[in-house]
Design a protein around this ligand. Sequence first.
Ligand code: 4UU
Length: 590
Amino acid sequence: MIFTSASEPVKELPDDLDVYGCMYEYFPPSRPDLRNTGLPLLIDEETAQELTFEQSKEITDLLSVALSEVCGLGPDTRASIYATNSVYFLMTIWATHRIGATLSPANPAFLAKELTFQLEASDSKLLFISDDEVSRKNGFEAAKQANIPKDRVIIIQEPMTVLKYSESNYGRIQRKSQGAWTLAGLIEEGRAIVKAKGQAILDSTRHKLKPGEGKTKIAFLSFSSGTTGLPKGVAIQHYAVTSNALQTMAHNKVGNKIGAPGRFCPGKDVSLGILPQSHIFGLSTCSHFVFFAGIANLVMRKFRGIEAMIKTILKYKISVWWLVPPQVVLFCKDPSVEPYLDDLRRFSRFAMVGAAPLSDDLSRQFTKRFPDLDWGQGSGMTETCSVTTMLPVGERAVMGSAGRLISNTEAKVVDSNGKELGYDELGELWLRGPQITLGYTNNEQATKDTYLPGGWLRSGDEVKISREGDVFFIDRLKELIKVKGFQVAPAELEGFLLDHPDVSDCGVIGIQDEAAGELPFAFVALSQDAKKRVQEQEEAIKSSILKFVADNKVRYKHLCGVAFLDVVPKTASGKILRREMREMAKKLPA
Ligand code: 4UU
């Protein structure tokens, strides 16, 4: 059977709308209008700067003029961003889209080699980086490897001068640094160009989509390993992003008046912007959806611990929380939370948790901590840009459920022979809706295996769906490991470990961990030489393998342990039998 959404569908999903247009130009009657209200759209935690709709649009427009006129970024070119959260990250997105270019977000904690892989795979011609020592070092190194010249690197330097926004500041800001542009410098270049050429240059740099173009033009290239193999660029078309924002509005019955009460209170609520803007969960919810719901986003640069986050929540009266399960663990178990509980209960109105499974035990504890909070799980994928299920308005979350299908979304549960199953039967989740993306770039086979005829997307998740429509995530059929909500592709670590001299073969699986959700663990078959040494040097060999990964991969990909075996269990066709390894892991000494 096909499961359909019980939420009111969105009637009009424009196919000539890009993400910039959706942000700044598209005002359907259902959208609370923040124009000319003086209300903040973006708030920067670190500087306490607030930007209204008009201020953020003006900066975005000037930046896009400079990207086009100074950096030669145009329709159909691609840029990457390797940066921690900031209000400028978001304006960089919209400036890129304004001129018809595509943006590929990379994890800001990546090491240089991981970034190089993404720059090359996305064919990026320009790179935005954060303004700190490590980002500069890795960013410049990766840009060099990927043949991006220094003056096509843009350092997201965001001095007060830009925000203060007066002509007399031109000339005082640093325009270039280490041969790269500063973002502030480019914005000022944009201002000078607009001053010289007037409205004409603003008009000519704006790439307006033709009817239907939203369905093919790529807004983002976000990386995901899908059901198997290495990370691949997911081609996310504008229509997927804009539709998903409108679908989420409909599912949440967003009211169209400033101050209207409801799940979200437009003009009044403040959203927590702690999720990484580079990951699809943060990119969709607090970086786009909230602006259509008429609420401001408080952008937090980094997660600096639960107490720091709570202080920010209280300082800015943040009422809408987007969280990953490890943060729920901290809310429930960290002793520093207790003294703030009463205040937190007073401010919080809504929370959504997603990106990885949340145990029933934690769900219960979280409800106990926040008994009046309207909260539940949501789920999504990079390939379904992004939300597919979410707790409906006016309902209490059903224990263990990831919510119900959002507006305009359909699902099937399918067994291993492709047979459609019914209520409460366990099988693979297939999804269909306007938010389904186009496929993996440069990988026809993976696209064919995942994006099926009829518009269905294979999720690789094992679920069941109840009569009431609640979707329960039971297990993962795909190879993916999720550490703190981030993707770790076993194939990436397996391929990498083969370069270690002591490893002749290996298999990587995820091991349950309360704080992180899962952690990668490697089973290794040793090389002939290592086999001879293993009796005396077991610990040394293990440490050397752990260090090999730690030195070359971002922290969340680090192995939590290594065990040796004679032969990695595989099918006749050579596919690694991960379930067998998971059983083996259960028997290992703690
Ligand atoms: C069990 O994690 C994401 C997107 C998460 C998201 C997005 C919008 C959550 C809520 C929302 O509103 O994307 P990826 O591509 O990194 O990982 C996708 C995979 C899924 O296939 C599933 O295995 O992450 C897992 N996942 C979940 N698992 C995502 N959400 C959940 C969940 N429970 N609630």
